[in-house]
Ligand binder design. Structure first.
Ligand SMILES: [Zn+2]
Length: 162
């Protein structure tokens, strides 16, 4: 994270991209395909809510992620952001993302492909997407959703969320 002394130079640039309401503080600038705000900092794109979290609560430790208590991915209100492990985050997502029919949506398939490229195993990925292990495994092995993987790889440079 950036030393506090240097913050003034980009602090303003950050907050003009935020629309504060009584509850959530919406990121109104560029968002990645998963809906997280993106902010260019130190020569690279950062997750806006993580930047906000670290500004207010201090740097994340290794293997920690920032979680939204408000379920709003574009929110950067530090009061709605808490520290969690990557696994916590995936369990959260699984609780919210499970579909009653059990069919894989494009969103879940995307989540699985992204989990795999972030180094997660198929069990974790299935948990994140709220699907069956076998569905995640088929994607991992390239048996299904091949076209989507190609499409995502094509866009990775500009829109990756990690
Ligand atoms: Zn919020």
């Amino acid at each position: 994270m950036v030393p506090p002394m240097e913050r003034a130079s980009w602090d303003h640039r950050f907050w003009i991209k935020v629309s504060k309401t009584d509850s959530c503080w919406e990121w109104i600038a560029y968002k990645c395909k998963l809906g997280y705000g993106r902010f260019w900092l130190n020569g690279g794109p950062k997750l806006a809510h993580v930047v906000s979290f670290e500004m207010h609560h201090g740097p994340l430790l290794e293997n920690e992620e920032v979680r939204h208590t408000c379920d709003n991915r574009s929110c950067v209100n530090p009061g709605h952001l808490i520290r969690g492990s990557r696994r916590d985050n995936m369990v959260d997502m699984a609780k919210r993302g499970r579909t009653p029919t059990g069919r894989l949506t494009r969103e879940s398939a995307t989540m699985i492909i992204e989990a795999q490229s972030a180094g997660a195993g198929p069990t974790e990925a299935a948990l994140a997407a709220g699907c069956k292990f076998q569905q995640a495994w088929d994607i991992f092995r390239g048996r299904t959703w091949k076209w989507l993987r190609k499409e995502l790889e094509h866009h990775t440079m500009s829109t990756s969320c990690r």
